[in-house]
Design a protein around this ligand. Structure first.
Ligand code: GUN
Ligand code: FE
Length: 500
C-alpha cells in the first residue's frame, strides 16, 4: 500500500492511513495469574487499529518480511531508537476504569471523614446539581477525560448527572478525545434534593432515552462511545423507576450500571425501603437489572446468597478499593468473587475515590486484599485472600474489559484485538556517580522531579521493573496512549516516541 497516492486528475495528494509495527518489550496478563513479558517483539497493527500479528523475538523488518509487508507500507515505532531508555521502556495494555463519576472529578480528594450517605449530601449532590450549566460541564468533562487518558485509561464507564445536555456533552468529549466510554445519565426519583431528581419514573426513562438517542447518533456502531442505563442505586430509585429502566435496558439490549452493598447504613436503608425483598441484590434482580450486561460497583458486603445470584446472572463487579477505604465502607473480598466465577474490574469511583489512576487502584486492590487477609482466620485463608501482582494487573486490563463487554477486543496483546495500549517509560537507569565523574560538576545523582519517580538501577529483572512501576509509577511514566491505533495522549509535546 503506498504511503500517499497522487490523484492525476486534480493533483491532490491523499495521505493513506498507515500500518504500524510497534517494536520493543511488551508486558501483559493473558490470564489472571500470568504476567507475560515479551522482549524484542514486533506487533503489527492495521491502519484501523487491529493487531494483525504478534512476533516475539523478531525485529520489525524481519516481522514485516514474514508477513509480506513491503518496507514503504508501514511505520515503525520502536522506543529502542530513542536511545538510553531502551531497557526501562515497555508497552502495556490500556487501563480500564469500570466505575467512575466524571461529574465528581472536581471533588477528588475532598471527603473529610464522611461516610457514604453523609458524603452524598455534603459533597456530591451540591456539585452534581450544578451541571445544568453546560459551560461548567464542558469545562470539567474535558479536563476529567484528559486526566484519565494521561493516566493510561483507554476506556471508562462514566456516570454523569441527571442533566441530559451535560451527559451528552460528556459523550461528545470522550468521542472527540478518542477515549472509549460507556456514558450514563444518572437516574433518581427520590432521596436527593428536590431540584436534583427526576420528577417521575417516566421522566427518568424519557431523559435516558434522549441520551441513548444522542449517543447512537454520535457513534452508531458504538465503536468508541456507548450509552449505559444508570439508576444511581436502590435508595435513590423507587421500585417503579428501577422497573422501567430494567425493562428499557432489556428491550434495547443496553448495558446497565449501579451501586450495590457499599456501606452498612446504605444496606439497612435498602432493607427499610424494600421490605418485600430478601436482600439488596434481590431488589435489582426483581426489577430486571441483573444480567450479563450489568456492572455493579463496590459489592463490599454481599452475603453468600447475593454473591451466588450475581454469579448466576453473569453480572460484573467494579471493585473500587480507594473509595471503599476513603469512605470507610469496608474491604471487598475480591478472592471470593473471583472464586465464584464473577468478572471483576477496577474502578476509581471518583470522587469517593481520590485518584483518577487505575494503576493506583491496582496497588490499592493489592493492599485491600492484604487487609482482608489480616482479618481472615488461619494461615491458608490469609494466603488465599491476597491478590498477586499479575491478578491486580489483570483486573486493571482484561478483567475490566470483560466487565464492559470488550473482553475479546482489548486488554491484552493478541491477534484480532485492538491496539489500546500505553508506552511506559521508567526513565534512564540511575547513573553511577563514578562513571560520570569526568562529565563535569553536575551531580549525576541529583533527582529531577519532572522525570520518572521510579529508580531503576539496571540489575532488575523485567518482572521486578513492572512491580516497581506498579507500586511507584504515575502519569510521568505514561509516555503515550493509543485507542484503536489512534494516538490519544502523548507526554510532553516534544518527546520522540521512536517513530521511523
Ligand atoms: N452510591 C450512590 N451514589 C453514589 C456515588 O456517587 N458514589 C458512590 N461511591 N456510591 C454511591
Ligand atoms: Fe460510585
Amino acid at each position: 500500500m503506498p504511503l500517499a497516492t497522487s490523484n492525476t486528475t486534480n493533483t491532490t495528494t491523499y495521505a493513506m492511513p498507515q500500518r504500524t509495527i510497534y517494536h520493543g518489550t511488551f508486558a501483559h496478563t493473558p490470564t489472571p495469574t500470568t504476567l507475560t513479558i515479551l522482549e524484542n517483539t514486533s506487533v503489527g497493527v492495521s491502519a484501523t487499529g487491529t493487531i494483525l500479528f504478534v512476533e516475539p523475538a523478531l525485529s520489525a523488518p524481519a516481522a514485516a518480511s514474514k508477513h509480506a509487508w513491503p518496507p514503504s507500507t508501514y511505520t515503525t515505532l520502536s522506543p529502542s531508537s530513542t536511545g538510553p531508555s531502551t531497557t526501562t521502556t515497555f508497552f502495556f495494555p490500556g487501563l480500564i476504569d469500570t466505575h467512575t463519576h466524571a461529574s465528581q472529578y472536581p471533588n477528588v480528594g475532598l471527603f473529610g471523614s464522611s461516610t457514604l450517605l453523609s458524603w452524598l449530601e455534603t459533597y456530591t449532590f451540591p456539585l452534581e446539581s450544578s451541571y445544568g450549566d453546560d459551560a461548567r460541564a464542558r469545562h470539567v468533562y474535558a479536563r476529567a477525560v484528559r486526566r484519565t487518558l494521561a493516566n493510561g485509561t483507554t476506556c471508562a464507564a462514566y456516570y454523569a448527572t441527571v442533566h441530559v445536555a451535560a451527559t451528552n456533552l460528556l459523550a461528545d468529549v470522550c468521542h472527540a478525545l478518542g477515549q472509549r466510554a460507556l456514558v450514563g445519565r444518572v437516574c433518581m426519583d427520590r432521596m436527593s434534593p428536590a431540584d436534583y431528581r427526576d420528577a417521575s419514573p417516566a421522566e427518568a426513562l424519557r431523559a435516558t432515552q434522549a441520551v441513548t438517542k444522542h449517543i447512537r447518533a454520535l457513534d452508531p456502531e458504538g465503536a468508541l462511545v456507548r450509552p449505559v442505563v444508570t439508576p444511581r442505586f436502590a435508595p435513590s430509585c423507587t421500585g417503579e423507576c428501577l422497573g422501567v429502566l430494567g425493562e428499557y435496558a432489556r428491550d434495547e439490549g443496553l448495558w446497565t450500571q449501579t451501586h450495590v452493598a457499599e456501606n452498612a447504613a446504605e444496606i439497612a436503608l435498602v432493607k427499610e425501603l424494600f421490605p418485600e425483598h430478601r436482600d439488596y441484590v434481590d431488589v435489582y434482580d426483581a426489577y430486571g437489572l441483573l444480567g450479563q450486561r450489568t456492572i455493579l460497583a463496590h459489592a463490599v458486603h454481599l452475603t453468600a446468597r447475593e454473591l451466588g445470584v450475581v454469579a448466576a446472572r453473569g453480572a460484573k463487579v467494579a471493585h473500587c478499593p480507594a473509595s471503599n477505604t476513603a469512605l470507610t465502607s469496608g474491604c471487598a473480598r475480591v478472592r471470593e468473587m473471583l472464586d465464584a466465577g464473577v468478572d471483576v474490574g477496577l474502578g476509581t469511583d471518583m470522587s469517593g475515590g481520590y485518584s483518577p489512576s487505575i494503576l493506583e487502584m491496582a496497588r490499592q486492590a493489592m493492599l485491600v486484599s492484604r487487609c482482608v487477609a489480616m482479618q481472615a482466620d488461619g494461615d491458608e485463608a490469609k494466603e488465599m485472600a491476597k491478590l498477586s501482582m499479575a491478578e491486580v494487573l489483570y483486573l486493571a486490563t482484561r478483567g475490566g474489559a470483560a466487565c464492559v463487554g470488550l473482553g475479546d477486543r482489548v486488554g491484552a496483546f493478541e491477534v484480532g484485538m485492538d491496539w489500546d495500549a500505553q508506552l511506559i517509560d521508567l526513565g534512564r537507569d540511575v547513573p553511577r556517580a563514578d562513571a560520570d565523574a569526568d562529565a563535569g560538576n553536575e551531580d549525576p545523582l541529583a533527582i529531577d522531579q519532572t522525570q520518572s519517580p521510579v529508580d531503576i538501577f539496571g540489575w532488575e529483572s523485567w518482572e521486578d521493573r513492572v512491580a516497581k512501576w506498579l507500586y511507584g509509577g504515575d502519569d510521568r511514566n505514561v509516555k503515550a496512549v493509543w485507542v484503536k491505533g489512534r494516538l490519544v495522549h502523548r507526554l510532553g509535546k516534544s518527546t520522540s516516541l521512536g517513530e521511523s
